[in-house]
Design a protein. Structure first.
Length: 529
């Protein structure tokens, strides 16, 4: 603990700030960003903000660690980077035969290009900047706020921050951050920083807008620059609390939204219940279908946690489409793909009891491991085969929901909108078009996806790490872990659990088609644990 630092009590969830210089209310009000904040509220929350000083090379916070505070840089310069290796988990090798043991190791994208892997050029983090994929390092300066999502939603730290000069920072708990976020002066300052520094990077990080920056045509480059400069003045940052509705199905579509912070749940209402269409995080977008189509919202967007959106008015959106046909084509293709997915869902739920299906969480599944209990002898060969194939760690359990004589085993369901994706601090987990979950190579190994998966299908593997930010970073990341999950044994024609079953009792099925067929044969059947 530095000289002058003391443990400061803070009246929030029993959390205390264990390091830092306690500030009086008068000292806090003298800091420009607190001008206009209620003095009485600051007195009630005394101890929830401290001043901390960092020497050059000192670590402020580390990626993957859980925290409850945000930092505001008052003076000095800091570096934000990923110390985790930019590599994904690769399983393979280890012998002959279908059930040969696979060994796991880290592989870079250039050495092992995976199907449908995102060639993203930027990595989203919990800071006013994103990190370039090829060099995940950026600079922070006075006025920068980082760690908002960690503070507001208790997510893991998304990146490591290290002082490059002598730094003075404020460290605060959520009750102080809440006061700041409601303060007009602070909100205006943060909006100005976003418009000036972060808007370009945010747009670059979204593949949809890549053509604005990748063109070599001078005329289009000038038009793109003019459009972005005009957009700086038109956008609005919209902040929402958990559960707050962004837009509602059936309402007029008047805006296009980019997600800057947090997660948005997109749902579609039907007589039998609501369907979750997607969970969208930083870098995601929504609202294009209503603007491109009949002018009405086709789904409801709801803040899943503390959310900050970039609202682009409908008129600006239409000008963008008129001026940049390539963006229009990409948006129309994405919109049609989403519409077709929704049509397929509707066809499926027309044949299945929606309430029952949704209650069991099976509508979100795309692939289930189903065991025919009339044939299954409970030999557990499927479990052993999975373990033998995946370095001794099984990815299924022979327990789960039952429907008539069928058991839905506990294994990856290849969910359409997986809960494991919610909260990833760097957005490194997503679903491939070929059903299986893909974990991108910038995974920082925080383990949140493992905790969020209701079915225990994500595991963490430790690996020796080297840091892309240099030898010093590598020395601080001696051992790291990476998330991995069921890959449907993509190296083989069918999953090991199915192949190994000696009684032909194990099958991977599309749940909507499978259960619709069973319900037609036995309409009174029911699912039960």
């Amino acid at each position: 603990m530095s000289h002058g630092e003391a443990k400061s009590p803070a009246p929030q969830y029993g959390i205390t700030l264990e390091r830092g210089e306690p500030l009086t209310v008068e000292e806090i009000l003298a800091i420009p960003i607190f001008q206009g904040v209620s003095e009485s509220l600051l007195r009630r929350n005394q101890g929830a903000v401290v001043r901390r000083r960092f020497e050059p090379g000192e670590t402020v916070c580390r990626e993957g660690e859980y925290g409850s505070t945000a930092f505001y840089l008052l003076d000095g310069q800091a570096q934000v980077f990923l110390a985790s290796p930019i590599a994904h988990v690769k399983s393979g090798g280890g012998g002959r035969g279908f059930l040969s043991r696979l060994t796991s190791r880290l592989m870079g994208r250039r050495q092992d290009q995976r199907a449908e892997e995102e060639n993203r050029g930027w990595i989203p983090i919990d800071a006013p900047v994103d990190l370039a994929y090829d060099h995940p390092v950026a600079e922070l300066g006075p006025g920068d706020l980082f760690g908002e999502m960690t503070c507001m939603s208790f997510y893991p730290r998304s990146a490591t921050v290290e002082a490059t000069t002598e730094c003075v920072m404020l460290e605060m708990l959520r009750n102080i951050l809440d006061l700041l976020r409601k303060n007009k002066a602070f909100k205006a300052q943060q909006e100005e920083i976003y418009r000036r520094r972060a808007l370009d990077t945010h747009l670059r990080s979204i593949p949809l807008f890549a053509s604005l920056f990748e063109t070599r045509d001078l005329e289009q480059t000038l038009r793109a620059a003019d459009f972005i400069n005009r957009l700086r003045e038109k956008i609005e940052l919209v902040r929402l609390s958990p559960g707050e509705v962004v837009c509602r199905q059936g309402e007029p579509a008047d805006s296009f939204y980019l997600i800057r912070l947090g997660f948005v749940k997109v749902t579609e209402s039907h007589p039998g219940g609501d369907l979750v269409l997607s969970y969208l995080g930083r870098g995601g977008y929504f609202g294009e279908i209503g603007l491109l189509g009949g002018g009405l919202r086709t789904a409801t967007g709801t803040a899943l946690d503390t959310v900050e959106l970039v609202r682009i008015p409908g008129d600006e959106f239409k000008q963008m489409l008129d001026g940049f046909p390539d963006i229009r084509r990409r948006l129309e293709a994405v919109a049609e793909e989403r519409r077709e997915e929704n049509r397929q869902r509707l066809r499926a739920i027309g044949q299945v009891d929606l309430d029952n299906f949704l209650a069991q969480g099976l509508m979100e599944a795309q692939s289930l491991l189903v065991l025919d209990l009339d044939r299954c002898t409970r030999c557990d060969v499927c479990v052993s085969a999975c373990a033998d194939t995946h370095d001794g760690v099984t990815r299924l359990i022979r327990e789960g929901l039952r429907f008539e004589n069928n058991l839905v085993a506990t294994s990856c369901r290849q969910c359409r909108d997986p809960l494991c994706m919610v909260g990833c601090p760097v957005g490194s987990i997503r679903r491939r078009n070929s059903l299986e979950i893909i974990i991108e190579d910038w995974c920082i190994g925080c383990g949140l996806c493992e905790k969020n998966c209701p079915y225990g299908n994500i595991t963490m593997h430790p690996f020796p790490a080297s840091g892309p930010a240099g030898e010093a970073a590598a020395a601080k990341a001696v051992v790291k872990q990476k998330a991995t999950t069921c890959d449907l044994c993509t190296e083989h024609e069918e999953p090991a659990c199915v192949y190994a079953c000696p009684h032909d009792a194990a099958h991977r099925v599309d749940p909507r088609q499978f259960f619709a067929g069973l319900l037609r044969e036995a309409p009174r059947g029911s699912l039960h644990p």
